[in-house]
Design a protein around this ligand. Structure first.
Ligand code: S3P
Length: 172
């Protein structure tokens, strides 16, 4: 089972607060594979926070960084790639991701997402809109794109990380 994961990459996608980073950390420990967190890698390379990138150069610039990173990751194997919440929204990105590995969509209810992200200071899209209604609206707008990109869908609502990861490994 673990062996089968080694032949491809796993890309975790989904809305902010659906547990991508948490699930990724767990899988990395459980499977001994390498992790790439696209937000953190972009921050490292740019030497500044996501919030700063959005503020100074705008969202479009950040989206170009994401696509550029996907192009690079195509050459790599055996990675758990935890993607920023907007990664699966562009068709070009989805095309690159499909060529890179299995796309696992994590889902959760807006109320759950709100509880998970409400204290976050580095999510520029939610800065002035940190409430369940806004999250529900944006999620609704994005849902078709997420669903279209996904190879596998896993609900994270009210579940243990180990339980979610077990299902993920089973389905991959
Ligand atoms: C974004 C999600 C964030 C980050 C950026 C934009 C989005 O990642 O990439 O703030 O458009 O959903 P997380 O999903 O890891 O919070």
């Amino acid at each position: 089972r673990v062996q089968s994961l080694f032949s491809c990459n796993i890309l975790l996608v989904g809305f902010m607060g659906t547990g991508k980073s948490t699930i990724s950390s767990y899988l990395v420990k459980a499977l001994g594979v390498e992790e790439i967190d696209t937000d953190r890698l972009i921050e490292q390379r740019e030497g500044r926070s996501i919030a700063n990138i959005f503020e100074t150069d705008g969202e479009a610039y950040f989206r170009r960084c994401e696509t550029q990173l996907l192009v690079e990751l195509q050459k790599r194997k055996n990675l758990i790639i935890s993607c920023g919440g907007g990664m699966a929204l562009q068709d070009e990105n989805v095309r690159l991701m499909k060529e890179t590995g299995k796309i696992v969509l994590l889902t959760a209810r807006p109320e759950t997402i709100y509880e998970r992200v409400k204290d976050s200071r580095d999510r520029p899209l939610l800065n002035h809109n940190m409430n369940v209604e806004f999250i529900a609206g944006l999620l609704e707008k994005r849902r078709p794109k997420y669903l279209k990109a996904a190879d596998i869908i896993i609900d994270t609502d009210g579940r243990d990380v180990s339980d979610i990861c077990e299902e993920l490994i089973e389905k991959v």
